[in-house]
Design a protein around this ligand. Sequence first.
Ligand code: AMP
Length: 278
Amino acid sequence: MKIFHSIKKFIDSEVKIDSFIPTMGNLHDGHLSLITESKKHSEKSCVSIYINGDQFTDVKDFENYPKTIEEDIKKLEKIKVNYLLIPDKNDIENFSKPFDINLEPKKITNDMCGKYRPGHFLAVMDIMHRFIQIVKPKNIILGEKDYQQVMVIKELINIYNYDISVITSPTVRNKNGLALSSRNNFLLDNEEKFACDIYYALLSAKIMFENNIPVEEIIDNVNKLFINSHVNIEYFTIRDVKTLQHSYDNDLIALIAGHLGEVRLIDNMIIKSSHNNK
Ligand code: AMP
């Protein structure tokens, strides 16, 4: 695996990247599943590890974000990634143009997670726009766990008319259903089982939908499930899979965010699929 710390060296080497896998490091099996997915579509994969301070709403969250670069490199070498980019902020900014904030698709960026994390998705669009200019990938591989982020990045690609395919990979969970996340490191042992309420809520929503309970009633019922939970619910909603709007005629996804102590958790689940594969 070739590691680049310098964007100039990366660009000068003229490597051709098929698939790009952006991450913030502290790699777990969820991240590694994206690399496995990328190998199905590409010869040359490039992973980035960059903690984008601008997309954090809370300075403490940014400062405390887990950094495990040595272990990450070992994992990426083991899984045989071709290129790893570990750039710094100035270097990225010197070699790319910013996202034009006038083009922000606020209908999607100010909704759900964006409503509770102002500026978050604008910063995501900015960093992805910059990485796209530098890496010039054919594909970007993203986790379905961050479903709204996937939709935001698809929107970015549409806005700039980039010739890039977004390939998504299913959420990797632990044996109790909790979606793997770098922030799970901050859960205490007993909190991990409380965090599973998030997954159970999504499963209950799916079962309720299969039992023909109307969407509004499902939302009410799921919110009630959290009255006695340790998880402090931020939002639970059901949306159209393709538009993320409140329209319930086509395939549907349930999305949730909540806090367990200091830890913010998000998850989602397709609850109605015409492909019948979820
Ligand atoms: P992050 O390092 O949190 O920015 O995540 C980098 C990429 O890994 C994003 O595309 C995430 O959606 C994806 N990812 C994070 N957790 C998981 C998971 N549990 N399963 C699948 N993909 C994940």
